[in-house]
Design a protein around this ligand. Structure first.
Ligand SMILES: [Zn+2]
Length: 198
């Protein structure tokens, strides 16, 4: 699946117009095999890894969703902004703001501003994405389900060189830190999820 993403990105970046058109077609209509593969991968996640997977979905408010549920782009963007900027869920920021934590209020205001700029076309989503290292978060997130958790810095960098679409050479140390940050946040979410709802 990551290879497919890279293939599409290469096509989109191609100087050949037919290649770019094909890349766009892939983006608009992901191949049926790929969708089926995504379902199989979802079903193949071992029981022990499910909590992590669910925790990750909860970033987007989708923890209880059935396989194949599509969340709206609006919801995705808002949730994703909070996560990629501050490593918090939007629910955590809202709760902190309500409880009177000044830091949460400031973070929520800043996320809301970017979200509205994006909504009203004042912020290009692609610029937004590169600003917050969208590529690396995406690859890391998928990678954690596929065994990236135990790789050393060098293997981590090699793995990103093979699958990431950013075109840069990857720094193992930075990636290790990103992995630590991602793992820590997922653990906190898992803990939050296991608490009874009040
Ligand atoms: Zn990259």
């Amino acid at each position: 699946m990551l290879e497919h993403n890279k293939h599409v990105a290469d096509l989109l970046a191609s100087s050949n117009e037919a290649d770019r058109a094909e890349g766009q077609r892939f983006l608009d209509n992901p191949p049926a095999e790929l969708m089926a593969e995504a379902e199989r991968m979802h079903d193949a996640i071992p029981e022990s890894d499910r909590p992590r997977h669910d925790a990750h979905l909860s970033i987007y408010g989708a923890a209880d969703s059935q396989t194949g549920t599509v969340i709206s782009e609006d919801q995705f963007t808002l949730c994703w902004l909070a996560w990629s900027r501050y490593g918090k869920t939007i629910q955590e920021l809202v709760a902190g703001d309500k409880a009177g934590h000044e830091k949460s209020s400031k973070q929520l205001a800043s996320v809301t501003k970017d979200y509205n700029d994006w909504r009203y076309g004042k912020l290009d989503p692609n610029k937004l994405r590169s600003k917050f290292d969208y590529n690396h978060l995406t690859v890391m997130r998928c990678g954690l389900d596929l065994g990236m958790e135990t790789l050393n810095e060098e293997d981590l960098a090699n793995c990103f060189d093979e699958t990431c679409t950013c075109g840069a050479t990857h720094d193992g140390e930075k990636l290790r830190k990103l992995r630590a940050r991602t793992t820590k946040m997922i653990k906190r979410l898992q803990k939050a999820l296991s608490l009874p709802l009040s």
